[in-house]
Design a protein around this ligand. Structure first.
Ligand code: ZN
Length: 159
């Protein structure tokens, strides 16, 4: 019998925290309350330096699936709490893209504004950091998250 797959252990994602972040972000953005989050996918095909990315069908790439890709190395490089924050950051991209397209759930999507340097986007991701802090009280982790928000603006201002 040929070997054609590998078994995987579950990555240490803090689903309790991620679920609370999702609920908070829906309230922040006025999203439909029954909206479900996009799937999280451990993705070995991510570009070398990418940690996480929100993917969605566009006019150029209509076959893209709506998902949040997580590079496996991210789980090693980032702490549990910063991973939760990063998922929240990607969730906010998702919610803003849906809002920018009239909360329509099918077809292709277009980003109508730049997110990373937008003051509201940064303020909401800081609220995600504050929510995580309110549960685990780690001020160092919280300041790492604040810094990551600025890094996203500095390094990827067009996203
Ligand atoms: Zn981003």
């Amino acid at each position: 019998m040929a070997i054609d797959k590998i078994e995987l252990t579950e990555p240490p994602i803090d689903y309790y925290m991620v679920d609370r972040i999702w609920t908070m972000l829906k309230q922040e953005t006025g999203a439909p309350s029954d909206l479900i989050p996009p799937p999280l996918v451990l993705d070995w095909n991510m570009p070398q330096l990418a940690k996480m990315a929100f993917q969605y069908p566009t006019n150029e790439y209509p076959d893209n699936r709506i998902q949040i890709s997580v590079a496996p190395r991210t789980i090693d490089l980032w702490s549990r709490d910063v991973v939760s924050w990063g998922v929240g950051h990607e969730y906010l991209h998702y919610l803003w893209i849906l809002e920018e397209n009239g909360w329509r759930m099918s077809g292709t999507f277009e980003a109508k504004r730049k997110h990373h340097c937008n003051g509201d986007f940064m303020a909401i991701t800081n609220k995600v950091a504050d929510l995580i802090w309110s549960v685990y009280h780690d001020g160092q982790e919280q300041s790492t998250m604040y810094k990551e928000a600025h890094t996203a603006c500095r390094e990827r201002p067009n996203q």
